[in-house]
Design a protein around this ligand. Structure first.
Ligand code: UD1
Ligand code: CA
Length: 466
């Protein structure tokens, strides 16, 4: 059986308890924003792409920033504005009033925007329940808590159905009920529209409760989940951290299943969109961020930070190196203590050693920059060796200029290239040279002042003789 589904994501609330200047659904979590996890959970429902669907975000508080972020990533999502936050049923009225077409879906899936741990597999169970029983008007995802304080309680009907009683409205008997409302529902749209007509605000909070759609003696039921994690709503920064930890654990499990070795998975940060490959070894205190992709059998030693970079197979990233927007090709070795900045393209089998900074430069296969150097806006040909203390003087205070060094060249220690400058293939630069003129293929250059030795003069400056 196939049916159409309108998805309402409620996200108009004020997020007061988070104490941030942003809507809580834009809170950072695992390298993304909270709302992205909710949307991804919906998109990963079985057969979702085959169903006729439409996701609509009900927005209100700080909605401009929410819409800007979400529409850039998910242009197909619609928005409905709830101007005043008068309760979850009022939010659903805004959802239907905003887009008449939302009334035409067979079912309406209602989610909260602040539940990043929700998974497609959780939602599948709600879909399964209505598929198996077409007479059901609505299902609510519930779970049991030892301390149910704050949640709406699921009160079973005498013969059938159920009602949901909010903490504020519950008497001491109802407060003892452990089964609670997750705030996630799958409801027949016709039933929801009919019930919304009569929802009033005669309750302790004087709000329009969506939960009033659930009534005794109606064909509605709860689907009780054994794990509460999926439904954790983020109201405080403490909860944000707890959810981040759970998501990270899930990510580590996923990567481990692919054959990734974590030396101590409790001490790594790995964003949701990072891709690792079989045979990688991840040391302690490693941070992998953004859209980083790591190839097979890469070894990452402790303290390495990688942001939005591509690292091909068999690379060694040695301790405490920092990579951002870089591409490191197969078999290269980076660090320890190396810094690769955006558009650093490090060729196959290159060796970048300690205290080397590389920015916007292409190093072809087998280049070595082993110690204490700055390489910026440069192109270095295959198999060239760059000595210790090398500097590209790429900036004249106004513009950046390029340094080009050919293949198989040797640059001695402590050389500077005053860019723009171009050295051909097979060139050799003597140590301590400041290069200001181009070199042709095969040239040898030495550009340092001549040494003068003065006999005995040292004793004038030394405090003692030995
Ligand atoms: C709600 C449920 C409660 C359930 C709990 C689960 C109701 C009446 N109660 O309570 O039974 O146990 O979720 O977390 O629904 N929102 C709007 N507009 C509004 C009010 C809320 O968009 O006018 C949005 C919020 O941004 C939030 C969601 O709806 O994403 C839930 O609202 P919230 O105020 O957090 O409801 P709870 O009191 O937690
Ligand atoms: Ca809540």
């Amino acid at each position: 059986m196939s049916f159409s589904v309108g998805v309402a994501v409620l996200a108009a609330g004020k997020s007061k308890r988070l104490n941030l200047d942003i809507s809580k659904i834009l809170a950072p979590i695992q390298g993304k924003k909270l709302i992205e996890f909710v949307i991804e959970s919906v998109k990963s429902v079985d057969d979702f792409s085959q169903m006729k669907t439409q996701i609509t975000l009900v927005v209100g508080h700080l909605r401009e920033a929410v819409e800007a972020h979400v529409s850039a990533l998910y242009p197909e999502i619609k928005y409905a504005i709830q101007h005043e936050q008068k309760g979850t049923a009022d939010a659903m009225r805004a959802y239907f009033n905003g887009h008449d077409s939302n009334k035409n879906f067979d079912y309406t899936l209602v989610l909260c925007g602040d539940t990043p741990l929700l998974r497609g597999e959780d939602l599948n169970q709600l879909f399964l329940a209505v598929k198996n029983d077409s007479a059901l008007e609505a299902v609510v995802a519930s779970f049991c808590l030892d301390n149910p304080f704050g949640y709406g309680r699921i009160v079973a009907g005498k013969k059938q159905g159920l009602r949901i009683v909010e903490e504020k409205d519950a008497d001491s008997v109802l407060k003892k009920i452990n089964e609670v409302n997750s705030g996630i529902y799958l409801i027949k749209t016709s039933y929801l529209l009919k019930m919304l007509e009569s929802v009033n605000s005669n309750n302790a909070a004087q709000e329009y409760y969506l939960t009033d759609v659930f009534q005794e003696d109606h064909p509605v039921k709860s689907i009780c989940f054994s794990e509460a994690d999926s439904f954790l709503g983020i109201n405080t920064l403490r909860e944000l951290e707890a959810a981040t930890r759970i998501l990270r654990c899930r990510k580590v499990e996923q990567e481990r299943a692919k054959g990734v070795i974590f030396v101590d998975s409790q001490r790594v940060l790995i964003d949701e969109d990072v891709q690792l490959s079989r045979g990688c070894i991840i040391g302690p205190n490693v941070c992998l961020h953004g859209k980083t992709q790591i190839g097979a059998n890469v070894s990452i030693e402790m303290g390495v930070v990688v942001k939005d970079s591509i690292v091909d197979e068999q690379v060694n990233l040695l301790a405490n190196s920092y990579l951002e927007g870089a591409h490191v090709r197969a078999g290269a070795s980076i660090g320890p203590f190396a810094r690769l900045r955006p558009a650093a393209d490090i060729g196959e089998k290159c060796k970048i050693g300690n205290f080397v900074e590389i920015k916007k430069s292409t190093l072809e296969e087998g280049v070595k920059v082993s110690h204490l150097s700055y390489v910026g806006d440069a192109q270095i040909g295959a198999e060239s060796n760059i000595g210790c203390g090398f500097i590209t003087c790429n900036y004249d205070g106004i513009n950046k200029h390029k340094t080009e060094i050919g293949k198989n060249s040797f640059i001695g220690s402590d050389c500077q290239m005053v860019a723009p400058v171009k050295l051909g293939n097979n060139t050799f630069v003597a140590a301590g040279s400041t290069i200001t003129h181009d070199l042709n293929e095969g040239d040898f250059a030495i550009a340092r002042s001549k040494q003068v030795n003065k006999a005995e003069l040292a004793y004038r400056f030394l405090k003692k003789r030995i």
